[in-house]
Design a protein around this ligand. Structure first.
Ligand code: ADP
Ligand code: MG
Ligand code: MG
Length: 893
C-alpha cells in the first residue's frame, strides 16, 4: 500500500509532484532547522484517488490518525482538547501555485469546550473567541459552501451596534456573540450544524481541499496557465501558531529581493495582532516590513537571517509567509518567488556574481518569453506616473498601444484608412471583428480571459491586447465605455493600453523603444547600459556559446537582412520571392500570365529577371558570407491579378466599350480562380506548369551571386523549392535548375555553388522523405503549411472562427500555429529527419515556419536534431536564447 501521509520531517523540496509546492517546501524548511510549526502532508496521490473514485483511498483515515497522534505527542496537546487544545490549519497546495484555488481553514479543533481551554491557557479570552469565530467563518465558507456575505454582515452589525470602526475594537463578549450568530448562519444556510467533533472538522476540511481542485475558478485558472488537469492537490495539516495574540504578535509576507527590479533589500508587509489572510485581505493597513525592526528587533533580525539562509539554500529569490507569536518567529511558507522579466535577468546575474549559481544555471533561470517581453515597446515610465489610469484587465498580448477608441470593426477600418491609430474596444470579439482587429493598433475587451477570441487572435497577429477588463462598461451601441468613477470614453477619445501589464489609461501615454532592442541593434548610448543590459548581454553570450542550433532569419529584403544580422542571425532561412512580384512589377506578371506565345512569355520573363537579380544582389550583400535560402515563388498566380468581382463589374459596366486588355484579364482571372487556393496551383506546381518561371528565378539568383563574387563578395545562395509532395516534382525542377546554374557559370565565368533543396510542408513529403532526400541537399520544414495540411485547418478561416472554443475545451493547450504540435506535426518532422538522413547523412535540416521563434518549438527542434531554426528578425534573440537553453537542459538529461 503506498504511503499517503508524510510528516514535514520526511519530505523535501524535490517532492513537489507528490507533496505539492507548499508541502515540499515546508518539509525542506523543517529539515533546514528553521522554525516551522510541526505538521504533515497528505499526498496528491491520495487526492487523485479521491477525485477518481469519490472515496478516500483505503487506509488513509488510519494513516492520518497515526500522524495526528504523533503530532499530538510532539506538541504535548490533543486536537481540540477542552483543557489545552492543539489547533491545526488545513491548507491546500498543488504542484504549481494556484492563487485563489481554495482558502485555507485555520484554527481547526475549536468548539464550545476547547475555546474555553484556549482562553484559559493563553490568558486571553478575546483571542480565543476571535480564533473561534474565524474558524466557523472559514469552515462555513470553504467546507460547507456558505456564502461569505452573511458573516461579513454580522460583523458589520456588531461593529455598528458598538459604534466602532475596526474588527480589533470588538471585545471578547462581542466575539462570543458573533460565534453564536455564525453558528446560526451555518445551520440555516448549510442545512447542518457546525461540526463540534475536532476530528470530523479535520476530515471534512481535508475532503473540501481535495474537492477544491475541481472548483470552477481552479479549472479556469489551470486552463489559462496550461496546468495539467489531472495533478490533484496535496493537503497540509499544520499546527497553529497565533499572530493574533496581541501587539507582540503579528503576521507578514516578504521577498528576499524586489520581485519587480531584482534589487536586494527589505521587501514585505507586516500586520500586528493579525492572523493569516488579514495581511493580503487588506482589512487593516499593513506596515512596511522594515518597521518590524522598531516593533520587534529580535524577530526582525532573525527573519533577515532566515531569508539569507533560504536564498543561499534555494539559490534563488524566495517569497515567504511568517507569523510572530508573542515574540517568537515562525515560518509558514516559502517558495521560489515569481518575478518580472527584468528582475529575472538581473537576479540570475546577481546570483551568478554571488557564486551561488554558474552561467549555465543563470541561463536556465530566464526564458525566451521573458526576453520577448523586454523587447516590446513600452510606455515611458516617467510619463506613466502622471497618466490617468482607468482600470486593469488581463495582459493578453504584450506591447504598448495608443489610439482613438472605436467601438466597431467598421469604425476601426475607416479610421485606420484615414491614417489614424485606433484601439478597437469591444465587450468581446468574434470572427466578424477580424478586419477591425487587423486595422487596430490594439484591442481592448471587457469580457473573456486569456483564451478568449480577442486574446488568441491578437497574440496570433502579434498585436497588443488587454482583455477581460471587467470594470469597464462597454456600450457598443452608444459608442462609449464607462470606467470606474464614472469616467466616460467616447468614440474618438484617445486611450493607451498596456498588453504587458493589463493597464488601461485615458489619453496618450508616450511610447518608447525598449532599451534591450536598442542594445541588440547596437544603438545604445554608453550611459544607457545599466545592469539589465549587462545581464542580458552576459546571458546571451553564454547561450550562444552553448547552442548547437543555429538561428537564421526569415527576411525578404536587404533592410530586414541587415537587422537580422545585427540581432545575431547566422543567415537567412527563408527569403520569400513573391513580394518581388508586387507593386509596379504586377503588370509584368500580368503579361506573363496572359502570354499566348513563346515570345510573349519569354519577353515577360526577361523583363522580370533583372529586377529579381537586383533584389537578390542586395540581400546577398547584406548577408555576405552567410547562407541565404531563397524560396522560389510559392503563392498561386491569381494573387497577382485584379480581384475577380472588381474586374467583372468593370467589364460589365463598360459593356461593348470594355478595354480588350480587361477582357483578357478577366478571362485569365476566371481560369485561375480556385476554390481552395491553399491546395491549388502553387509552389512547385507553378514551376512545372508555367514554363520558364522557375528557370528565370534561378538565373536571377545565379547571376546575382556571380555579380557579388565579381565584386569581391562571398555569396552563399541556397535554392529552395516549395510545396513538394513527390520526389519526381523535385527532380524535374532540379534538372532544370542545374542546367541554368551551369549556363550562368559558363557565361559569367563565376561558378557559385548553390545547394538545391526543398521545403517539407506536406504530410506526403514527410512520409516519403527518404526518397525526396535523394534529390534534395537540404530540407526546411515549413511548419505553417505542414500544420495546416496535417490538421486540415485553413489557418485564416479557423483561427478567428473557432480556436478560442478549442482552447476552452482543452483540445489543445496552445494554438498549433503558435507552438508546434509535437505529437502530430512533430511526428512527421521526426520521420522526415530520420528517413531523410538515412538516405543522405549530410542532409542539412532547418525549420522556417513561425515556430522557429517559439520557445517550446525551439526545444523540440534541438531535440529532433535540426541544424537551425529560422524566424522573423525580431524573434532572433529569443530563438538564440532558447537554442542555448535547450542545449543546456538537454545536457542535464
Ligand atoms: P495560500 O496558499 O492562499 O497562501 P496558506 O495555506 O498559505 O494559503 O494559508 C493562508 C494564510 O494562513 C497564510 O497567511 C498563512 O500564513 C496562514 N496560515 C496557514 N497555516 C497557518 C498556521 N498553522 N498557523 C498560522 N497561520 C497559518
Ligand atoms: Mg500562503
Ligand atoms: Mg508554405
Amino acid at each position: 500500500m503506498p504511503k499517503f501521509v508524510f510528516d514535514f520531517t520526511e519530505g523535501n523540496k524535490d517532492l513537489k509532484d507528490l507533496l505539492g509546492g507548499k508541502g515540499a517546501n515546508l518539509a525542506e524548511m523543517t529539515n533546514l532547522g528553521l522554525p516551522v510549526p510541526p505538521g504533515f502532508t497528505i499526498t496528491t496521490e491520495a487526492c487523485r484517488h479521491y477525485l477518481e473514485h469519490g472515496t478516500l483511498p483505503e487506509g488513509l483515515t488510519d494513516e492520518i490518525g497515526a500522524h495526528l497522534s504523533a503530532l499530538e505527542s510532539a506538541m504535548g496537546k490533543r486536537l481540540g482538547d477542552p483543557g489545552d487544545p492543539l489547533l491545526v490549519s488545513v491548507r491546500s497546495g498543488a504542484k504549481f501555485s494556484m492563487p485563489g484555488m481554495m482558502e485555507t481553514v485555520l484554527n481547526v479543533g475549536l468548539n464550545d469546550d476547547s475555546v474555553q481551554g484556549l482562553a484559559a491557557r493563553s490568558g486571553d479570552e478575546r483571542f480565543a473567541w476571535d480564533s473561534y469565530r474565524r474558524l466557523i467563518q472559514m469552515f462555513g465558507k470553504t467546507v460547507l459552501g456558505v456564502e461569505g456575505d452573511p458573516f461579513e454582515d454580522a460583523i458589520d452589525d456588531a461593529k455598528r451596534a458598538k459604534g466602532v470602526e475596526d474588527d480589533s475594537d470588538l471585545d471578547a463578549a462581542d466575539l462570543r456573540a458573533l460565534v453564536a450568530t455564525f453558528k446560526d448562519v451555518v445551520r440555516e444556510r448549510a442545512g447542518r450544524g457546525f461540526p463540534t467533533d475536532p476530528r470530523e472538522q479535520l476530515d471534512l476540511a481535508i475532503r473540501a481541499v481535495f474537492d477544491s481542485w475541481n472548483a470552477p475558478r481552479a479549472v479556469l485558472y489551470r486552463r489559462q496557465e496550461r496546468i495539467p488537469v489531472d495533478l490533484g492537490t496535496a493537503v497540509n495539516v499544520c499546527s497553529m501558531v497565533f499572530g493574533n495574540m496581541g501587539l507582540d504578535s503579528g503576521t507578514g509576507v516578504a521577498f528576499t529581493r524586489d520581485p519587480a527590479s531584482g534589487e536586494q533589500g527589505i521587501y514585505g508587509d507586516y500586520l500586528q495582532n493579525a492572523q493569516g489572510e488579514d495581511v493580503v485581505a487588506g482589512i487593516r493597513n499593513t506596515v512596511p516590513l522594515a518597521e518590524l525592526e522598531r516593533i520587534d528587533a529580535a524577530s526582525y533580525h532573525r527573519l533577515l537571517e532566515i531569508m539569507e539562509t533560504l536564498e543561499n539554500h534555494y539559490r534563488d529569490m524566495c517569497d515567504i509567509e511568517f507569523t510572530i507569536e508573542r515574540g517568537k518567529l515562525w515560518m509558514l511558507q516559502t517558495r521560489v518567488g515569481k518575478r518580472t522579466a527584468a528582475a529575472a535577468f538581473r537576479i540570475a546575474c546577481q546570483l551568478l556574481d554571488q557564486g551561488l549559481i554558474d552561467l549555465d544555471e543563470a541561463t536556465e533561470r530566464v526564458t525566451g518569453d521573458q526576453l520577448a517581453q523586454l523587447m516590446f515597446p513600452r510606455f515611458d515610465e516617467a510619463a506613466l506616473k502622471d497618466a490617468r489610469r482607468l482600470t486593469k484587465g488581463m495582459n493578453a498580448s504584450p506591447g504598448a498601444a495608443v489610439g482613438v477608441a472605436v467601438f466597431s470593426s467598421g469604425a476601426a477600418e475607416e479610421a485606420a484608412a484615414r491614417g489614424e491609430d485606433v484601439i478597437l474596444v469591444r465587450r468581446e470579439t468574434n470572427p466578424d471583428d477580424l478586419p477591425g482587429m487587423v486595422a487596430a493598433k490594439g484591442v481592448l475587451t471587457s469580457r473573456g480571459g486569456k483564451t478568449s477570441h480577442a486574446a488568441v487572435v491578437a497574440r496570433g497577429m502579434g498585436k497588443t491586447c488587454v482583455c477581460g477588463a471587467e470594470e469597464l462598461e462597454v456600450d457598443v451601441r452608444e459608442r462609449r465605455l464607462t470606467a470606474p468613477g464614472g469616467v466616460v470614453v467616447r468614440e474618438g477619445d484617445v486611450i493607451s493600453i498596456d498588453g504587458s501589464s493589463g493597464e488601461v489609461y485615458l489619453g496618450e501615454v508616450p511610447v518608447e523603444d525598449s532599451p534591450v532592442v536598442r542594445y541588440f541593434e547596437g544603438r545604445l548610448g554608453d550611459a544607457e547600459g545599466g545592469d539589465l543590459i549587462t545581464a542580458v548581454d552576459r546571458i546571451m553570450k553564454h547561450a550562444d556559446s552553448r547552442a548547437r542550433l543555429k538561428v537564421r532569419a526569415n527576411a525578404d529584403n536587404a533592410e530586414d537582412s541587415a537587422r537580422a544580422r545585427r540581432f545575431g542571425a547566422t543567415g537567412i532561412g527563408l527569403c520569400r520571392t513573391e513580394h518581388m512580384f508586387l507593386g509596379d512589377r504586377r503588370q509584368l506578371v500580368e503579361k506573363l500570365i496572359l502570354a499566348e506565345t513563346e515570345e510573349e512569355r519569354t519577353a515577360a520573363l526577361d523583363a522580370l529577371e533583372p529586377l529579381q537579380r537586383a533584389d537578390f544582389e542586395e540581400i546577398l550583400a547584406a548577408m555576405d558570407g552567410l547562407p541565404v535560402t531563397i524560396r522560389l515563388i510559392d503563392p498561386p498566380l491569381h494573387e497577382f491579378l485584379p480581384d475577380l468581382t472588381d474586374l467583372s463589374v468593370r467589364v460589365a459596366l463598360a459593356g461593348d466599350g470594355a478595354d480588350p486588355q480587361d477582357r483578357r484579364l478577366l478571362e485569365a482571372v476566371r481560369r485561375l480562380h480556385e476554390q481552395n487556393p491553399m491546395l491549388g496551383l502553387r509552389g512547385v506546381r507553378l514551376g512545372l506548369v508555367i514554363p520558364g518561371l522557375f528557370a528565370m528565378q534561378v538565373r536571377a539568383i545565379a547571376e546575382a551571386a556571380a555579380q557579388r563574387r565579381k565584386a569581391g563578395g562571398d555569396p552563399r545562395p541556397e535554392i529552395m523549392i516549395p510545396l513538394v509532395g513527390a520526389v519526381q516534382e523535385l527532380e524535374a525542377i532540379r534538372e532544370e535548375a542545374r542546367g541554368v546554374l551551369a549556363q550562368v557559370a559558363r557565361s559569367t565565368g563565376e561558378d557559385v555553388p548553390a545547394l538545391i533543396g526543398t521545403m517539407i510542408e506536406l504530410p506526403r513529403s514527410a512520409l516519403t522523405a527518404g526518397q525526396i532526400a535523394e534529390a534534395a541537399e537540404f530540407f526546411s520544414f515549413g511548419t505553417n503549411d505542414l500544420t495546416q495540411t496535417t490538421w486540415g485547418f485553413s489557418r485564416d478561416d479557423v483561427e478567428a472562427s473557432f480556436f478560442s472554443r478549442y482552447l476552452e475545451l482543452g483540445i489543445f493547450g496552445a494554438s498549433p500555429f503558435e507552438t508546434l504540435d509535437v505529437e502530430g506535426v512533430g511526428r512527421l518532422v521526426r520521420i522526415a529527419v530520420e528517413e531523410g538522413r538515412r538516405t543522405r547523412p549530410d542532409l542539412h535540416l532547418g525549420i522556417c515556419g513561425e515556430h522557429g521563434g517559439d520557445p517550446d518549438s525551439v526545444h523540440f527542434c534541438h531535440e529532433v536534431g535540426l541544424d537551425y531554426v529560422s524566424c522573423s528578425p525580431f524573434r532572433i534573440p529569443v530563438a538564440r536564447l532558447e537554442a542555448g537553453r535547450a542545449a543546456i537542459l538537454a545536457g542535464r538529461g
